[in-house]
Design a binder for this molecule. Structure first.
Ligand SMILES: NC(=O)c1ccc[n+]([C@@H]2O[C@H](COP(=O)([O-])OP(=O)(O)OC[C@H]3O[C@@H](n4cnc5c(N)ncnc54)[C@H](O)[C@@H]3O)[C@@H](O)[C@H]2O)c1
Ligand SMILES: O=C(O)C(=O)C[C@@H](O)[C@H](O)[C@H](O)COP(=O)(O)O
Ligand SMILES: [Zn+2]
Length: 362
């Protein structure tokens, strides 16, 4: 098992990465405020992993309240959040009840937001079971829900007490979801870690074959990167925004196509290709660099052509991005492979050219 730390002074917490961690309740017990937890999960993950987690905790006299939600991005909303509050209240959960998120990023974001707001704040633990959640969403404390008009528009920064990433759970993850997680892994290479991008170019086949050693390294390196960025800029007043590469376009794809039709990681991959195209038009990336990015996404089984929503619709949807300042959209672009920047100074013509020329015609 590997242990990393997210350094946030009195709110610092460990990220534990390893195999069969769900079978080790001793890793969780020291992080509970009292021996009562609510495990929040969904109809897909519950039959796979809930019993194991409950059994270990119950053996240690922990009272467990399971809360099983419907599965899917379309349920990351206020109605589902209310289901969590209903269950917490009807079970008389207290300020020292710890919420445990068992699942992917949807469960993690919902649970984190419920924890941030229930009784004005209760402790929570992330047990991510998708690659995407293990490399990104479980770390850093961005929690929240979608609004019909935009992704993650309602939420809070609220850090977990512990992240427990059990790599063994990835054995049941569908291939499409594994690929979606790889989009965020590739992101770290692109924005701040050229050697990692090159490692990914060399090792993508192993990752796609779920080689445990390669997966462990990719998860560890991604979490190290995210932990460093979050420790330096927890509330996204500066460099944390770089973690949003591909997301301004990607979130427009997700909401524009209807939540759940494009997976988050798929939208991030196609959105990153749009960001790379703008970066090329600005003279920062050459054709060879854009081709390398495209090839890596393709090797990872990800889409590289965004849907043709029309430039006006893209601009409209992106106008609700959280990075908008003074009505101007701020984009995360690539200065070169391994280095990102944030800028609002993109000529509208350039943006429109990307939005209409890089999309897949249907
Ligand atoms: N908070 C953050 O910093 C952050 C970062 C990135 C993404 N996100 C959010 O995370 C969400 C995407 O997360 P995701 O990709 O994990 O999607 P997800 O939570 O929808 O999970 C993907 C699918 O895999 C299933 N699943 C989960 N674990 C499984 C397992 N071990 N075996 C089999 N099936 C399993 C889920 O039930 C679901 O059907 C989006 O809402 C995105 O906005 C948040
Ligand atoms: O942790 C961050 O910061 C990120 O931006 C990580 C992203 O991968 C993630 O999708 C995040 O939820 C997007 O944040 P948002 O503020 O654009 O909703
Ligand atoms: Zn993301």
């Amino acid at each position: 098992m590997q242990t990393l730390t997210v350094n946030l002074n009195e709110r610092s917490y460990p990220i534990l990465i390893g195999e069969n961690l769900l079978h080790q309740p001793g890793l969780i017990l020291p992080h509970l405020a009292q021996k009562q937890v609510a495990i929040i999960t969904n109809t897909t993950v519950a039959p796979l992993y809930l019993d194991t987690l409950i059994a270990g905790l119950a053996l240690n006299d922990v009272k467990v309240i399971p809360i099983i939600l419907p599965d899917g991005e379309a349920y990351k909303n206020s109605e589902t959040l209310n289901l969590i509050f209903d269950a917490l209240l009807s079970n008389r959960c207290e300020r020292k009840t710890t919420l445990i998120a068992l699942g992917g990023g949807v469960i993690g974001d919902l649970t984190g937001f419920a924890a941030a707001t229930y009784l004005r704040g209760v402790p929570f633990i992330q047990i991510p079971t998708t690659l995407l959640a293990q490399v990104d969403s479980s770390v850093g404390g961005k929690t929240g829900i979608n609004h019909p008009l935009g992704k993650n528009m309602i939420g809070a920064f609220y850090q977990p007490k512990l992240v427990l990433a059990d790599i063994s759970t990835l054995s049941t993850l569908p291939d499409r979801e594994l690929s979606a997680g790889l989009a965020e892994v590739i992101k770290y290479g692109l924005i701040r870690d050229l050697p990692f991008f090159e490692w990914l170019e060399q090792n993508m086949e192993k990752l796609m074959a779920r080689d445990t050693v390669a997966l462990s390294y990719a998860i560890k390196r991604s979490c190290e990167s995210k932990a460093e960025v979050v420790a330096a800029d927890e509330h996204e007043s500066g460099q944390r925004a770089l973690l949003n590469l591909g997301h301004t376009f990607g979130h427009a794809i997700e909401s524009g196509m209807g939540y759940g039709n494009w997976l988050h990681g798929e939208a991030v991959a196609a959105g990153t290709m749009m960001a790379a195209d703008v970066s090329r038009r600005m003279g920062w990336l050459d054709d060879k660099a854009v081709t390398r990015i495209r090839s890596l996404f393709v090797k990872a089984g990800l889409p590289v052509d965004a849907p043709d929503l029309g430039a006006n619709k893209y601009l409209d949807l992106m106008g609700l991005d959280k990075k908008v300042e003074g009505g101007r959209i701020r984009f995360i672009l690539l200065k070169r492979l391994g280095e990102a920047l944030i800028t609002a100074d993109i000529p509208e013509q350039t943006l429109r050219a990307t939005l209409s020329e890089t999309v897949a015609r249907v």
